[in-house]
Design a protein around this ligand. Structure first.
Ligand SMILES: Cc1cc2nc3c(=O)[nH]c(=O)nc-3n(C[C@H](O)[C@H](O)[C@H](O)COP(=O)(O)O)c2cc1C
Ligand code: SF4
Length: 437
């Protein structure tokens, strides 16, 4: 069985169908492209006025790649409408343990991300451009520091770029937590409104975009919206990076056109390496879906919505039949409960109680009442936090209760069919930066 590796050793790049890869075009497997190599590969990038950038981004139909899939043009427009000169933040926190696509971008093609940041910042006449990167990803921090220094030496950018290290916590990459950190506080979410686009860093309107979104923006700035729409679907144009792990022959980060059939994506990851019972889509805020329900579907919101699933930030994990989905769910629920920022009662106490119950079920020390408790408690936790941690955890849990319903019945009889006890999903632990600053 292949264990999910959130880091880079197992990463490789697909040649892909015509038009792909885009964001990963021309990269080296083991080092970052220099500024000179980057410019040879992608050519120069003209800067734009805010109106033009908003228009081409809207025509391209670019949506965010940080998880929520929000239309980027709408965010640009909202920040441009602010009265004070704004701040633009590239969000490379990547707090999702099963994701490594942002780290791949930052360590292999940092200038593409920085191009997107500079394009947005100059169009919006921003006062500051910031890249936020998790401290536990030192290779990304180093690659971006080198890239920022190269650009400063070249002297072409009209705006300086600052790097902000982010603590390695799940919620630290949430946008209000990032703003709080950059403003000198802890990386803990704050109650909103005001939203960062209204009042964020230094009280200024703040545009926060995932680093992959900015890489696509840099390509749209160069090649235009028609080029961007030439792959993907009419409703969901373009491509996305996936972090694909678990029981496949090549767990890796690669780029696919949106709308690709699920079977083709599995094939691009080398195919299943052993019998698979379910897939995790969207990471630890995501959804377990049984394998048979995914086959024949495409990677679109419309195809995934009836399953209660979405691509989120691009994480896909194949769960081998030999591994217990309830044990994996219990491991993630415990991790999410421990990742509470400790500010909202339902999140702190509710997630801990839910995690205890799921643990008992996973260990086959369960009764039908425990299953009912989970339904009741989930409803009490949902929408009761300042951030989306409780909602994401509840979504993940509910999907497990459906996808692993047969396994729960087995566990209630004291049986578990799983034969493999090695943990599958990565849970950050020793060596992790547990602070909030
Ligand atoms: C708990 C939580 C954690 C998040 N962590 C990240 C993260 O690590 N990286 C990221 O880009 N977005 C993260 N987000 C989403 C951000 O709040 C924000 O929506 C995103 O950076 C916007 O970029 P986009 O529009 O380009 O997707 C997180 C959201 C939540 C609720
Ligand atoms: S919901 Fe949880 S993680 Fe989010 S702010 Fe409240 S305590 Fe912190």
């Amino acid at each position: 069985m292949t264990k999910v590796d959130p880091r880079l050793e197992s990463t490789h790049w697909q040649p892909g169908p015509a038009g792909l890869p885009r964001a990963l075009h021309g990269i080296h497997p083991d080092r970052a492209l220099s500024l000179a190599e980057h410019r040879d590969l992608h050519g120069p990038m003209a800067l734009m006025r805010a109106d033009d950038l908003i228009a081409v981004t809207g025509q391209a139909g670019l949506h965010g790649h940080g998880g929520a899939g929000f239309p980027t043009a709408t965010k640009l427009q909202a920040v441009a409408a602010g009265r004070r000169s704004p701040v633009v933040v590239a969000n490379g926190s990547e707090g999702e343990p099963a994701s490594s696509k942002d780290e791949v971008l930052l360590t292999r093609t940092p200038h593409l991300v920085l191009d997107g940041l500079v394009l947005a910042a100059t169009a919006l006449r921003a006062r500051e451009a910031i890249v936020a990167i998790e401290r536990t990803r030192p290779h990304a921090l180093e690659a971006v520091a080198v890239a920022v220094a190269e650009r400063a030496a070249a002297g072409d950018d009209p705006i300086a770029i600052r790097i902000v290290p982010v603590p390695g916590r799940y919620v630290a990459g949430e946008e209000s937590a990032l703003v709080h950190l950059i403003n000198g506080g802890d990386a803990k979410p704050t109650a909103v409104p005001p939203r960062p686009f209204e009042r964020g860093v230094g009280g200024r309107p703040t545009l926060i975009q995932n680093v992959e979104t900015l890489a696509h923006l840099a390509l749209i700035g160069r090649h235009g919206p028609e080029w961007f729409r030439s792959i993907g679907t009419t409703e969901e144009p373009g491509s996305a990076l996936l972090s694909f792990g678990g029981a496949v022959s090549r767990p890796s980060v690669f780029e696919v056109a949106l709308g690709t059939r699920f079977e083709s994506i599995v094939a691009a990851a080398g195919g299943e390496s052993e019998p698979v019972s379910a897939y995790l889509l969207g990471g630890y805020f995501g959804t377990w879906v049984r394998r048979e329900d995914l086959w024949g579907r495409h990677l679109t919101k419309n195809d995934l919505a009836p399953l209660g699933a979405s691509l989120g930030a691009g994480v896909i994990v194949a769960l081998p039949k030999a591994v217990c989905g309830l044990v994996e769910t219990a491991r993630v629920m415990q991790y999410l409960a421990e990742e509470t920022a400790g500010q909202c009662g339902p999140c702190v106490h509710g997630l801990a109680s839910v995690s205890d119950r799921v643990n008992a079920i996973a260990r086959t020390q369960t009764t039908p009442k425990m299953r009912d408790d989970l339904d009741r408690w989930s409803a009490m936790i949902e929408r009761r936090g300042a951030c989306k941690l409780p909602d994401g955890a509840v979504r993940f849990l509910r999907s497990a209760l459906v996808a692993f319903a047969d396994e729960i019945t087995e566990h209630q009889h004291g049986r578990c069919q799983a034969t493999h006890r090695e943990p599958l999903l990565p849970i950050p632990h020793a060596g992790r930066d547990w602070g909030w600053r």
